[in-house]
Design a protein around this ligand. Structure first.
Ligand code: FES
Ligand code: FE2
Length: 331
């Protein structure tokens, strides 16, 4: 049920985000060396163990706070560059070279985060394993993304904007013929009748020959209404890096011309170009997150999907849904 009545806002509303799986980078970025990524104000170090499985730890060593991404992978462990303490994927400290053979205290352990790889992306669940009761929920992806008939061309961007403003930009049909008048909106009419359905966590918009599907809070897919013959799809996922910094990871998919050289590069470049057309506008929006109540901005009929998104976001803020607070990053 959508909660229509909204309580007065709290300052912390601007720094809480749904606790769910977020993409933090591309699988191919993590090879032999550890790398650092940021999610919800937290620095993480990613590395591969001896089986090639990805592991994610808090980025700073529990000993003297050295950046673990300066370390190296040795026998499936991550070894700190400063005094060579070694950590496994669960964050357990398993070796302290200065004191060989002595028991390792529990406070030498560090936080580890659930991490997995799907559709070429690295996904992190932003609640440390040590604080989680049981397993994190499964990561739900649109099934078409794992359909092997499609080739997916990656692209990404980082915008200086709050997640809510970024999400709204992809639910906004009215801006397409204006902002994208040289690309995807070239032939669209400015006069639109919005046709959409919203359920609890999903919004589905019919836009000409395509559907836009949004799954709260971080997944969006464009797919053709017709599901036979040549098909083009476009998927985007949103990651809050900081309160007002959002990463966007995209996959432009096609089931045609799959082995034509240069084709994937072309799809990636075109999708990046379209995204770039929105960037300055979305980064300009004030207040930085969406306002605290519907009445605080003007809405017309064409804004229906965004209004539904706002209601869902307000519901998230109001209810006891799993959440992560940016300022708790070092807690
Ligand atoms: S700071 Fe990492 S081992 Fe000392
Ligand atoms: Fe756009």
């Amino acid at each position: 049920m959508i909660n229509e009545s909204y309580r007065p806002s709290r300052k912390e509303d601007h720094e809480v985000f749904p606790c769910t799986w977020y993409a933090v980078g591309w699988s191919k970025e993590v090879k032999r060396e550890p790398i650092k990524k940021r999610l919800l104000g937290r620095d993480l170090v990613l590395f591969r163990d001896q089986n090639g499985a990805l592991q994610a730890l808090h980025a700073y060593c529990p000993h003297r706070g050295a950046d673990l991404s300066l370390g190296r992978c040795e026998g499936g462990l991550l070894q700190c560059a400063y005094h060579a303490w070694s950590f496994d994927g669960q964050g357990r400290c398993v070796e302290i070279p200065a004191h060989p053979g002595r028991p390792i205290p529990a406070f030498a352990d560090t936080r580890s985060y659930p991490v997995l790889e799907r559709i070429g992306l690295i996904w992190v669940y932003p609640m440390a394993r040590q604080l989680l009761e049981g397993e994190p929920p499964p990561l739900d992806l649109f099934p078409v993304l794992e359909n092997r008939d499609f080739t997916l061309a990656p692209y990404d961007a980082v915008w200086q904007a709050h997640l809510t403003r970024v999400v709204e930009s992809v639910l906004d049909v009215a801006h397409v013929p204006i902002v994208h008048n040289k690309t995807i909106g070239k032939n669209s009419s400015k006069d639109i009748t919005i046709d959409f359905q919203a359920k609890e966590n999903t919004i589905r918009i019919r836009n000409g020959k395509a559907y836009l599907e949004y799954a709260f809070p971080q997944h969006w897919l464009l797919k053709p209404v017709k599901t036979e013959g040549s098909q083009f799809i476009n998927y985007v996922t949103f990651t809050p890096i900081e309160k007002e910094v959002t990463a966007i990871y995209g996959l432009a998919g096609r089931n045609f011309a799959r082995s034509v050289p240069g084709m994937s590069r072309m799809f990636s470049a075109y999708s990046s170009k379209v995204l770039k057309e929105d960037q300055a506008i979305v980064e300009s929006q004030h207040p930085r997150p969406i306002p605290d109540a519907l009445r605080m901005e003007a809405h017309v009929q064409a804004d229906g999907p965004q209004v539904r998104f706002r209601q869902r976001w307000y519901q998230f803020l109001t209810n006891e849904e799993p959440r992560i607070k940016i300022s708790d990053a070092e807690a």
